[in-house]
Structures are given as C-alpha cells and as structure tokens.
Ligand binder design. Structure first.
Ligand SMILES: Nc1nc2c(ncn2[C@@H]2O[C@H](COP(=O)(O)OP(=O)(O)OP(=O)(O)O)[C@@H](O)[C@H]2O)c(=O)[nH]1
Ligand SMILES: [Mg+2]
Length: 665
C-alpha cells in the first residue's frame, strides 16, 4: 500500500519516539527531564496520564551526537521542511536539474463547479519538484479552484519561500533527527489508556527503583497488574514488558527494543553500587530468562543512575545506549513519500494554529485545492491510514468514525486524561467530584457528565466534537454501554449509563465466589496467556465487551463490577463470571441449582462469544498497514476446562475454536 504512495520519490525521515514506562514514582519524569536538558524539579510531581517532551533534543544523524534544542527557536513546521531537505543535498540538486513532466490522473478528484484559475506558474521550488506525479505547471493552470471553506496555504511560492528560509539557515545541513519522549504516568488507572499509544515505531525504557529489592512488597498499592500476586517491583517490570510486547505488533524481529533503567543510585552506599547493580540485573535476567520476548530486551547494558543528577556519568551511558538503539531501529531514516508532503504541510500548519480535528470532507477539500499536489481518492485514504500507523493522525475508517480525522493525536492523550485520571487529579467542582466518585465506585458515568467534564477550559478542543470522541471511546472499549431492557416488553431501553472498567479500583469483597460459584454449581474455563501477567487493558476491554452483551448482576445489594472481576446475569438460571487471576482469565458459568443443569448450548455460546471478543481485541492491537508482516505470537490463547464434571458440556466446550489451542484438564 505504501508503495503506491512512494511512487514519486521519497525522503528519509528521522524521528524516534522514546516511550518511558514503569511503576509509579520510580523517577521516569525526572529521567526524561535530564535527558531533554530540563531542570528536575524538587519534590514529587506525579504525571497525569502522559506527558510529551517534543522538540527539546535530537540526534545528529552523521556524528551521532546528542543535540539539545533551544525551545525558543523550535518551530514544529520547520521540522517537515528540514526532514525533506535533509535528504541529501546532492539529491536535491539532481532533482533541480530534472525536468518534471507529470500527468493529471484519470480520476481527478477536483470538482469543476467553479471557474477561477489558480495563480500563475511559480518558480519550481527545490525539493518539491518530485512531490507530485500528478501536477505539472500547465496542468495547475488549467485546474479550476474551488470556492471552499478550507484555505490552501501551501502554494508553491509559500513552500519555496519557507524552504529557502530553512536552506539559508543551514539548519538542515546539520542533519538532526528528533527524539520525542513519551513520559507515561505510572498509576494503575492509566494502564488501560496508555496502550492506545504504544507502537513498534518506538524505543521503550522500563524504569525501576534500584534502591529497592526486586521482590520486596510495594506498600500502599490497592490495585496493580497481576492482581493475585504480591505487588513487587518485579511484578511491575513483568507487567510493562508484557504490555509493550502485547500492544506493539512485531513487524521487525526483536523490535521494539526494551531497555531497563534503574534509578535512585544515590540511595545506595557508594561502595555497594556495583554489587547492587549486579544483584538487580541478575534478578532482571532471572525474571525474563524464559520469556518469549527475550529478544526484545536489552540486558547487556546494566544502567543504574541517579535520575536527579545531570552530572552522573551514567546519564551519558544512557544517552549513548539510546542513541545506538535509535540508529539500529529500522524506522530511523524510514523513507517517506514526497507526494504526501504538501498535505502534511497543510495539516502541520493547521495543527500549529491549534486545530485538532478535521472532518473528512475538510481533508478531501484541502487535498483537492492543493496548489502543489493532489492525491487521488485512493491515495488520500492510503495517506490517512499510513499517517495513522505512524501516529501522526488518528483515523478509524468505520461508518461511525470515518467522517473525522484527528490531526493532532495529542488530543487523544487529553481525552483519556480528562476522565481516566488518578484521584489526586480529580477536578474540585462538586458535580464533577461526584461524577469521579461514582465512576471509581460503580464504574459508571453518564454521557452528559462526560460532556460536562469536557466543558472545562482544558478540554475545550474536545467539546465541539464530543459525540465523535465519545464514539471513539466506545470503539476503543474504554467506555461500554450499559444495556437495559424493559422487563415487560423485552425491548431495549435507551442507554443512560456507560461503564468505565479501568476506573474501578475496588476489589471483589462479596461472598459471591464462595457461596454461589461453587464446584457443585459452576463450570470454569481458563484462558491462559503465555506471559506471566495479563496487561490490565486486555481484561478491561473484555469486561467492557461483556457489559455490552449481558446484564450486570447485583448481589448482596452490590453490583458485581470490580477491578478485574465481573458478574453477569445470562438468564434466570445462568450467571457468568469473568475474572483475572495472574496470567489467566477465568470464565465461570454458574447455574442457580446445579452444574448438571447448565444448558450445553449456553455454555458453548458464552465461550465462543468470549473467544471471538478476545480475538477481536487482540486483532485490534495487531492491525497494521503492513499486512504481510509476521504475526505476533506472544499472546496465544489456551483454553483449559477446569472443574467440569459434566461430560456433555465438556465435550461441547472443548470443540476447538479458530485460532485457539484447546486443552482439556
Ligand atoms: N534520590 C532520588 N530521588 C529520585 C530519583 N529519581 C526520582 N526521584 C524522586 O522520586 C520522586 C518521583 O519521581 P518522578 O520522576 O516524578 O517519578 P515518576 O516515575 O515519573 O512517577 P509517576 O509520574 O507518578 O509515574 C520525585 O520526588 C523525584 O525527585 C533518584 O534517582 N534518586
Ligand atoms: Mg512521572
């Protein structure tokens, strides 16, 4: 698909996202600040959601040196020009001497309802020459311009002027690729939303506190991944490695790379640092010695820093390691199609003006009125999908979502942060406090309450597109509809409440499992994951999906929705429980009298629903523009039928389902 876009020449793009993950409070933000050349503030400042540090540092493509960028001189728009110009001066010169002869495509997307001529031919700008296979100067003179809402800013003249400015500054000669730090907040509630941004086109750091023992208990943790284990730094390390490898499709062998960084070196006696380093990293090796994703882990560098001290010589070692890993990354210097540059520039210009979302019509118009290059409808769709896969825009081509394009993906970070946030960041306003309290207790929120949250100044960009954004949240299973039915007519009632499973941090303390879900009355299926800990986003999405299929059960006056646990009513006799235990998702089917009375077709139906949902969820993460790429087998699914003495049910349940290995226990 990309090849079609690549048709008219390419430029090399040097951009690297460095995603910094790890347990809360271990020093991620401090470390990122040091790496970006910022001052590390005193005291504890937890990160709300994700913080992005962009345009502060980069790597010299030729000398490999770490470059700090003065924020005063940084201009996001110049980045695109720089990138194009960085593609060897010789090539630019060669292109200059070439005579472009380009044809108008047969399916010209330009509508001819107006007859205004475009401005006359301008001098051919330097690197733009090979941009478009579709537009020659003579053609552009013939092309009628539209009376439109969108205004094309990128005239050839404009691009030429800006290119000249960048050329004159000489900045492009010092080929600097950008490093963009994604600093992830480490609190549990963010775990479901973080994965939305993870990609194999990045480098990952997993940070941990080196002054602690890997297996000592982390105090004051209510909720953490691998719920049934004891919360220790080791559990958090495993969680992050599993999350990264689950949510990043493996397109290139061993990519993305994951580098461990221990912090708090200053809390260890100087003479003990080396032995502590040895002990920590031997522990990490031991933890992952049988891990399937071992080839992603960098275990040769045993970095141990004081994340508050920029003079720590190991910060240089860390920088050097990040540099080497960036240069080894197959996406560093990736070839990007020139044909997309004009539209990219138009979009960058709008983002710089503060625009975050465009309707698809606007994008089509922007493309159609371009004075430099027009992509065909197919190319435009490819452009959108490709840029989505690069993380530059967000575009889901579904009937409900395909009419809008989020041109600044940071908006999604804001959307998530607006309501999936740790208690310390809850808004003070009374109605909103109540909304957040209800969300964390019962896991529900009303549509209008979310809209009300978006009325805050911070989220004013979301408000005009609230319905579209709301639908995205449902599509991502961050929100799930609470279905209700009229008990007399059986017809569906309008949805009032939406569930937000990731905000529920309370654990199941009801006696449902002990009293109702007994071996005499229930059968149990276990979905086993290869990793040691299931990343919470996965069961949370599964819980969302269950909530939209079945009715939430009430027991002992409480609704059975807890962190990693859900109880549902299937019908008057059957209940369903889905819960997480270590690396298993357990599905119980409970009959109100005896497991012998469980209707086999109900059991298989529920199982298949769950399997299909799990496949859909994992497919979602695996979807990529590079369809031919290898599959990620890190997360295959086994089904073990446990505690099932009902042979007819057992026989039916163990019928293999697509894509799953079925084991009988
Ligand atoms: N002594 C010492 N303190 C550190 C070090 N790294 C971080 N800190 C302190 O630990 C606290 C937490 O650091 P942050 O950088 O905010 O931690 P974080 O991992 O970003 O935390 P979250 O955003 O909540 O996930 C702050 O008070 C830091 O000053 C270190 O290497 N040594
Ligand atoms: Mg932080």
């Amino acid at each position: 698909m990309l090849n079609r876009l690549l048709g008219s020449g390419t430029y090399a793009s040097f951009d690297m996202r460095c995603m910094v993950t790890g347990q809360f409070g271990v020093g991620k933000s401090s470390l990122v600040k040091l790496l970006a050349g910022d001052i590390v503030p005193e005291g504890r400042h937890p990160t709300d959601g994700i913080s992005l540090i962009e345009g502060r540092c980069g790597l010299d493509v030729e000398t490999r040196s770490w470059i700090y960028i003065d924020p005063e001189t940084y201009n996001a728009l110049d980045v695109v020009y720089n990138k194009v110009l960085m593609t060897s001066v010789e090539e630019v010169e060669r292109q200059e001497s070439e005579k472009p002869f380009e044809q108008l495509p047969e399916s010209n997307p330009v509508r001819s309802d107006d007859n205004i001529m475009t401005s006359g031919p301008s001098q051919q700008p330097l690197a733009v020459k090979s941009l478009s296979p579709q537009m020659s100067d003579s053609v552009s003179q013939r092309r009628p311009e539209l009376k439109t809402r969108m205004q094309s800013k990128m005239t050839r003249e404009e691009i030429r002027k800006k290119m000249e400015k960048v050329l004159k500054s000489g900045n492009y000669k010092m080929k600097v690729g950008r490093l963009i730090f994604w600093d992830f907040g480490g609190q549990y509630v963010y775990y479901t939303t973080h994965q939305t941004f993870m990609t194999f086109r990045a480098l990952f750091l997993v940070v941990f506190d080196g002054s602690k023992q890997l297996h000592e208990i982390v105090p004051d943790v209510l909720c953490f991944p691998g719920q049934h284990m004891t919360p220790t730094p080791a559990v958090f390390l495993q969680h992050w490695v599993n999350s990264i490898l689950t949510y990043c499709k493996v397109v290139y062998v061993g990519i993305p790379k994951i580098l461990f960084v221990a912090t708090h070196k200053d809390k260890v006696l100087m003479e003990d640092v080396e032995s502590k380093r040895e002990q920590l990293y031997n522990g990490v090796e031991e933890l992952f010695k049988d891990h399937e994703g071992r080839n992603h882990l960098i275990l040769t560098q045993r970095i141990f820093v004081n994340a508050r001290d920029k003079t720590d010589p190991e910060i240089e070692v860390l920088k050097k390691t990040i540099t080497d890993l960036t240069f080894e990354h197959p996406c560093w210097g990736e070839q990007m199609p020139n044909a997309c540059v004009p539209l990219e520039l138009e979009i960058a210009e709008l983002v710089a003006e503060g625009k975050q979302i465009l309707s698809l019509e606007d994008v089509e118009e922007l493309n159609a009125i371009s004075k430099v290059s027009v992509l065909s409808p197919d190319q435009l769709k490819d452009f959108l999908h490709f840029n989505h896969s690069l993380g530059k825009i967000v575009y889901f081509e579904t009937p409900q979502l395909g009419n809008y394009v989020i041109i600044n993906p940071l908006l999604m970070v804001e959307v998530m942060r607006s309501f999936v946030t740790d208690k310390v960041f809850w808004p003070k306003e009374t109605r909103m406090q109540e909304t957040f309290k209800r969300m964390s207790e019962s896991g529900t929120i009303r549509r209008e309450d979310l809209y009300f949250i978006w009325e805050q100044k911070d989220f004013s960009a979301i408000l005009p597109y609230k319905e579209f954004i709301f639908n995205i949240l449902i599509y991502l299973d961050i929100l799930a509809e609470q279905r209700r039915y009229d008990t007399i007519t059986g017809s569906r009632l309008p949805v009032e409440n939406f569930f937000v499973p990731c905000m529920v941090i309370e654990r199941n303390t009801t006696s449902f499992m002990d009293k109702e879900c007994t071996p005499e009355r229930a059968i149990c299926l276990a979905f086993l994951f290869k990793g040691t800990i299931i990343p919470p986003a996965l069961p949370n999405r599964l819980i969302s999906a269950c909530l939209s299929m079945w009715t939430l059960k009430k027991y002992e006056e409480r609704t059975l929705l807890f962190s990693g646990f859900i109880g549902l009513s299937f019908d008057k006799s059957h209940d369903i429980v889905v819960c997480v235990e270590g690396n298993k998702i357990l599905l119980y089917i409970v009959h109100k009298i005896s497991s012998w009375l469980i209707v086999p077709d109900i059991a298989t139906g529920v199982k298949e629903c769950l399997v299909i949902t799990m496949e859909r969820i994992s497919d979602f993460y695996q979807s990529t523009i590079m369809q031919h790429a290898a599959n990620n087998h890190l997360f295959t699914l086994n089904i073990h039928v446990l505690r099932c003495n009902v042979s007819s049910v057992k026989r039916k349940l163990c019928r293999p389902v697509n894509g799953c290995v079925t084991n009988i226990n």
